[in-house]
Write a protein that binds this ligand. Structure first.
Ligand SMILES: Cc1ncc(COP(=O)(O)OP(=O)(O)O)c(N)n1
Ligand SMILES: Cc1nc(C(=O)O)sc1CCOP(=O)(O)O
Ligand SMILES: [Mg+2]
Length: 220
């Protein structure tokens, strides 16, 4: 059985943006502020360092088993660290093969950058993918190569199609406190942020502000 997954406010980490603070400290503060899921992402780390980083994040959240820890790209690291899942993109290992390695009890996220990507994801065997990351909503300096944004209308369309196919959908790219409500209004199950939390002077406050923007009633 998959672990519970509430992606309402999904933090994707960036080691450089967190620096000089340890990523695990930023994650812990952000979770206390309202982050509901965490993805450990470090495009510059060796596999060995990514494993250590993932273990440090898991340890920091030992008292928060309700907050799943997902590893970006690296299924081997996810398994070794006992993480709750892995997120892969269109250029990473194929989702079906990642699912075969992960087994049935971990979460698998897949990036979707177009209607064609989503159509392909929906043709995968049921249970392969749990959540699609619709990306990018807006162009973002955090990942310039992600290119121009899909826009809110296109994201809304993709969300409806994903839901009709039984998949959760989250949105990523350019989401900050000022844009979080608009992104959430597309109907996504959650919004993902990198710089809005990792680069914030106060990650706890940043997460609380984002959470209030996404789900004002729940935050009160
Ligand atoms: C939730 C979520 N959605 C999309 C992405 C982007 O993944 P990918 O396309 O593999 O790009 P990298 O993150 O590996 O640079 C994501 N990480 N998380
Ligand atoms: C990790 C990632 N993936 C993207 C994609 O479009 O595939 S955009 C992105 C980074 C999002 O950072 P920020 O919240 O700082 O804009
Ligand atoms: Mg990737």
């Amino acid at each position: 059985m998959r672990p519970p997954f509430d992606p309402t406010l999904y933090l994707v980490t960036d080691t450089e943006l967190c620096s000089p603070r340890p990523v695990a400290d930023v994650v812990r503060a952000a979770v206390a502020g309202g982050v509901t899921a965490v993805q450990v992402r470090d495009k510059h780390a060796s596999r060995r360092d990514l494993l250590a980083l993932t273990r440090a994040v898991r340890d920091a959240l030992a008292d928060r088993p309700d907050v799943p820890v997902v590893v970006n790209d690296a299924v081997d690291v996810a398994l070794l660290a006992g993480a709750d899942g892995v997120h892969v993109g269109q250029d990473d290992l194929p989702a079906v093969e990642v699912r075969a390695l992960l087994g049935p009890d971990r979460l698998l996220g897949l990036s979707v950058e177009s209607a064609d990507d989503l159509a392909t994801a929906l043709r995968l065997p049921p249970g392969t993918v749990d959540v699609v990351g619709l990306s990018p909503v807006w162009a973002t300096p955090t990942k310039p190569e992600a290119g121009p944004g899909l826009g809110l209308e296109a994201v809304g369309e993709l969300v409806r199609t994903a839901h009709a196919g039984g998949l959760l959908a989250v949105a990523i790219g350019g989401i900050d406190a000022g844009r979080a409500a608009a992104a959430a209004a597309t109907g996504v199950d959650g919004v993902c942020v990198v710089s809005a939390v990792c680069a914030a002077a106060d990650p706890h406050a940043a997460a609380a502000t984002l959470r209030a923007a996404i789900s004002p009633a729940a935050a009160r």
